[in-house]
Design a protein around this ligand. Structure first.
Ligand code: KIV
Ligand code: ZN
Length: 379
């Protein structure tokens, strides 16, 4: 089995479902172009039947990008699939993503149906979608809580019906990493035609486990990860693209590869955050303001001696131009001297001691001491 992991970005579909984060078609096209430059393999561009605006966005994204597959979401109903097929007409590579609830909770409480009827509907939907495109992905919604043997039967049936990708979503973010990884492994070992399709994973972050679950999923055999920039998405969000990609890059021993140009991660994160008016939390892994900022004296001293002491990746690798030393009342003399030297000031030890004492007084009041404050202090 190849170790190439396909990155399926759903920022413009699952991510855009976040209240207040809706984008115009032009904004979506702008993001899609950046996602193409980032190197994602698939862009889920929208849910065409849901609104004329979403339909238009799928059409325009299909025209605007060349390399990534453009994917359109649908439920397992004819009208949805027809809208998705129509919207993808201009795509160089189009994919319809269709599916239905697979857990007994969804089958009973959402559809008032039975496993057998759901299985038949799934097969019909995949066959109908194949009338539009050669690439059809099936999602077994709430697979995280679905009966495993039913999930295997469903997977086998949709692959026989023509699905090229089968998505096993942890829709409610319920699974633990070991459970999710085992689920994927079980599907690999028990679905006879599994080699005819790619297994995809789509994890939500309700327990803060989406990234861990996605990694467990690829270790279990899945080869596509569905994720979003900044981890945005329904409720607590989806797997964060930058986190899974950097986890694979940092842990080379896992042997996984992606097509992502990681130096574009930070700029894309800023673009999405700005357009969606959704700030990135300061301590967000990889792209948060503090992801490469060192503020305690012990860490600053260690970092200044050797960056590897407190950094597991080079900020340049994710498009951040440098690490930050934040001067606060927890900073030590080493960090203060370093910053003063960058500003062109050099002092002997007794003078530095005096400045340091005054610096601590200032830091207690101002919380963070910036370059302007420092110049004021030394003057
Ligand atoms: O979370 C989920 O199950 C989904 C599907 C529509 C793929 O977003
Ligand atoms: Zn989802």
């Amino acid at each position: 089995m190849s170790n190439r992991i396909y990155i399926f970005d759903t920022t413009l579909r699952d991510g855009e479902q976040v209240p207040g984060c809706q984008l115009t078609t032009d904004e979506k096209v702008q993001v899609a172009i950046q996602l193409e430059l980032l190197g994602v393999d698939v862009i889920e561009a929208g849910f065409p039947v849901s609104s004329p605006g979403d339909f238009r966005s799928v059409v325009e994204i299909s025209k605007a990008v060349t390399n990534p597959t453009v994917c359109a979401l649908s439920r397992a109903v004819v009208g949805d699939i027809d809208a998705a097929g129509e919207a993808l007409k201009h795509a160089k590579r189009g994919r319809i993503h269709t599916g239905i609830g697979a857990s007994d909770i969804h089958i009973r409480n959402k559809f008032g149906s039975t496993r057998e009827a759901i299985l038949e509907q799934a097969v019909r939907a995949v066959k109908h979608a194949r009338g539009y495109v050669d690439d059809v992905e099936f999602y077994a919604e709430d697979a995280g809580r679905a009966d495993l043997d039913f999930l295997c039967r469903l997977t086998e049936a949709v692959i026989s019906a023509g699905a090229t990708v089968v998505n096993i979503p942890d829709t409610t973010g319920y699974c633990l990493p070991s459970q999710y990884g085992d689920k994927i492994k079980y599907i690999y070992n028990n679905v006879p035609n599994v080699d005819k399709a790619t297994i995809s994973i789509h994890c939500h972050n309700d327990l803060g486990l989406a990234t861990a679950n996605s990694l467990a999923g690829i270790m279990g055999g899945a080869r596509q990860i569905e994720c979003t920039i900044n981890g945005i998405g329904e409720r607590a969000g989806n797997t964060s693209l930058e986190e899974v990609v950097m986890a694979m890059k940092v842990h080379k021993e896992l042997g996984f590869e992606t097509g992502i140009d990681t130096t574009r991660l930070y700029p894309v994160s800023q673009l999405v955050s700005g357009l969606m008016r959704m700030p990135v939390q300061a301590n967000k892994a990889i792209v948060g303001r503090n992801a490469f900022a060192h503020s305690s004296g012990i860490h600053q001293d260690g970092h200044l001696k050797h960056t590897e002491n407190y950094e597991i990746m080079n900020p340049l690798d994710v498009g951040v131009d440098k690490s930050l030393i934040i001067l606060t009342a927890r900073s030590g003399r080493h960090a203060l001297r370093h910053r003063l030297e960058l500003l062109g000031y050099r002092y002997d030890k007794p003078t530095l001691d005096t400045i340091y004492t005054r610096f601590l007084d200032m830091a207690d009041v101002r919380k963070e001491v910036n370059d302007k404050d420092l110049m004021e202090l030394v003057r």
